[in-house]
Design a protein around this ligand. Sequence first.
Ligand code: ADP
Ligand code: ASP
Ligand code: MG
Length: 406
Amino acid sequence: MRIVVQKFGGTSVASPENRALAVKKIKAALEQGYSPVVVVSAMGRRGESYATDTLIALAREVYKDIAPRELDQIMCCGEIISAVTMTATLQAEGINAVMLTGGQAGVTTDNNFNNARILKVDPTRLINLIKAGKLPVVCGFQGISLDGELTTLGRGGSDTTAAALGAALNAELVEIYTDVDGIMTADPRMVSNAKILDCVSYSEVCQLAHQGAKVIHPRAVEIVMPKSIPLVVKSTFSDAPGTLITNIFPENTEGDAVTDRIATGVTYLSDIAQIKIDVANDNSGQSSSKVFNLMAANGISVDLINVLPGQIMFTVGEGFADQARAKLAQMGYQSTVVPDCAKVSVVGGGMREVPGVMASFVEALADNDIGILQTVDSHTSISALIRKADIQKAVTALHEKFTLSN
Ligand code: ADP
Ligand code: ASP
Ligand code: MG
């Protein structure tokens, strides 16, 4: 059995015309001798009738603080509507398609509503359907917990479903069909001359995704990586080959990095607040452990951490800034909150041990009068905290500086 998992995102299933294009991709896989397993997202984007954001808005209009469990029930409806519609489209074409919810397809999760983690995938039912000549159409983004609760996997989680099914079925390939021709050197909505990347390593894509490239969910990449199952991100709307995510590179590349490029892409994350705490008067030697334990105890996740003599700096999601400041004040720490920040990052497996990368990074920002509030780097990325108002300028300047444009 040569299995391919084909995942179609929101725009790919939004209208009869788009679904007809998706069906063409499924038929092409059948013609090549594959047994396809189709995974679908909810139909359309924000504002469209059955899109996830529309369903959330519907519930929150009634009660802004609706419980996470109930929110999951309504969010699951988006993928159910989409999977039924796609199944009907395939059946009308004479294809023996069968619709399955996440739970029916064997996806078991923990009980963390709105952001559940997959605990296991039992592929038995899918395998039996395939052996019986059926084509399963599975609801992405959802699972069922051990105690029978419907759960969702976090926004963008249909990619995660596709990857998890691919791993459980030992698929030859997982295809992520979307509305762009592949993973690009920057978000094309921000940089008009961004380029499609032909081939990227799992770890580079994970970094790009964690640092804000919303084209693929990072969990999806993490799930297929240990089994080295290739992922391809491509468009439903063209015949472009897309971006291959793999560990096995064509010639002139080696190991984990594509060696002929220093930078692979530029990303950004917005809606961040910087918190600066003066700890000069705390002689206990415990200030950083007290501060970070306090954040953890309140479920506040922190990033861009700098611990300096007399000062601690870090960032939190904008929505957590007031809570963080209040909790710190209760503990006797005065903090300054800098709101409306963003993190811009340059990611590239090839920047490891290359001198001058940081110099180019800060020069690009300085030449465009973009103030840096903080920086952080790893072997394969450099990030700066900047003002949110400077995002467009910063992403464009870095994209230009690292010669990523077309
Ligand atoms: P889908 O509904 O198909 O899952 P998404 O909206 O989740 O689609 O992801 C596709 C979108 O990701 C594109 O329309 C594009 O605007 C955005 N995007 C952000 N960063 C990148 C990037 N580096 N490369 C390609 N697309 C990106
Ligand atoms: N429909 C879900 C969302 O909008 C999952 C997905 O599209 O991947 O987040
Ligand atoms: Mg998506």
